[in-house]
Structure formats: C-alpha cells, structure tokens
Write a protein that binds this ligand. Sequence first.
Ligand code: 8X3
Length: 252
Amino acid sequence: MAATPIAVVTGASSGIGAATARTLAAEGFRVVLTARRKDRVEALAAELNEAGHQATAYQLDVTDRAAVDEFATAFRTLAVLVNNAGGALGADPVATGDPADWRQMYETNVIGTLNVTQALLPALTASGDGTIVILSSTAALAAYEGGGGYVAAKHGEHVLAETLRLEIVGTPVRVIEVAPGMVRTEEFATTRFRGDTEKAAKVYAGVAAPLTAEDVADTIGWAVTRPSHVNIDLLVVRPRAQASNTKVHREL
Ligand code: 8X3
C-alpha cells in the first residue's frame, strides 16, 4: 500500500492556514501543522486525529532558519508544502510608515517562505510529484494607498513564486500561487491594526460577504488536487463585492 502523502502547512494556528489544514486532511493528506503558537496547532491536530484524520503539530517560526532546517530533517519525501505564514503590520502611507514594520513584513512573508521552501525542496523533489503553494495576496499584484510595506512584501513573494517556477521547470515540483483579496479572518486585520478591533472592523464595513478562510482553503484544496500534469500558476480569488483592491461595494 502506498504511504499517505504528507502536506506541510505553515501558519496553521488560525485563519487560512488552519482551514487549509482541515481541507487537506479531509482530502486524505497526513497534515503537518506548523506555527509559532504550539498550543493552537496541537489542539487542531488533536481535533483532526479524533475525527479520524492524520495530523501532527510542530512549533515553528519560519523566520528562524536553523529551526526550519531542523524541522526539514524529518522529511525524506513530501507531497505538498503550503507557505501560508505571513501577514500585514500597519496601514501607514509610504511617507510615514515605520521601516521596522516593513522589515518585519519582508522577513515573515518573503524570507519565511524562502526558508521553508529551500529547506523542503529536496523532499518535495524526492516525492516525484511535489506541489508548493505560495499564499500571496491581491496585494502581490497591485498597489493600494496605505498598503506600503505589505504590498512590497507580497510583491516579493509573488516574484519568488514566479522565479522558482522558471528555475525548477522540468523537475517533479510545481509552484502554485494563490492570491486572495478581502478575506475576513479572526486575526488578519486585528494584527495589522495592532489589536484595534474598531479599525479592523472598518476593513469589512458594509461588505455583504467577504471571503472566509474556508473559501480560500477550498481553492487551495482544488489547486493541489489537480492532475499531476496541470499547474495552476496563479489563482486570484475575491469576494463578489470586491472588483479591485480599491473598488469595494459597501452597503452602508
Ligand atoms: C489581504 C488583502 O486587501 O488587505 O492580503 O491587502 S488586502
């Protein structure tokens, strides 16, 4: 009997990462959930195991290269890597944005993805049919006012995905970029606005139905389960109320 294929999901403690872990577990993958918050990934892994799936939790900060390398030694072969860890900090204009925020966003979104991808690429290649998913954003494709450092970091992730796809064509690893627009998760906007829930709520004000983490997990699950010869290069997904990063229909 063939071994159950393994999927690693980073940032699996909440939001899109946690929803993706659930989706891939339901698709029959053995999921390895990583996040800085050990309690959260352990609780989700326990829940999935109780439901009859196969899940393991691992505490990991994707910006810590030594820790990522140590984590990667556990995998001789790997079917799927979902680079989901990342996020936004602040919504200041370029004129006044804090360089420390910009640096941190580059570190988590771009270097974090680079670290995990580099460390696991040998195992993905050894599987004979590996898939890398890079969770970017519509901020990876177009700028918006106040997006500053986040737009720059997400453009960086987009370029990482594009470049890697060019460089490893012909090897048994495909590179999928999923770029969601407005997704309402429990933490994204609250983290961006440093716990200011009022500011966070304004992001979604009057929007009938922002995407949910499950909507995005659904697109990821679909993309990674396409036949082996198919590559979804870039999948942009937005709620119906959002026509562009700056054109949002609000019923106020
Ligand atoms: C999240 C989408 O519009 O906040 O990646 O940049 S947005």
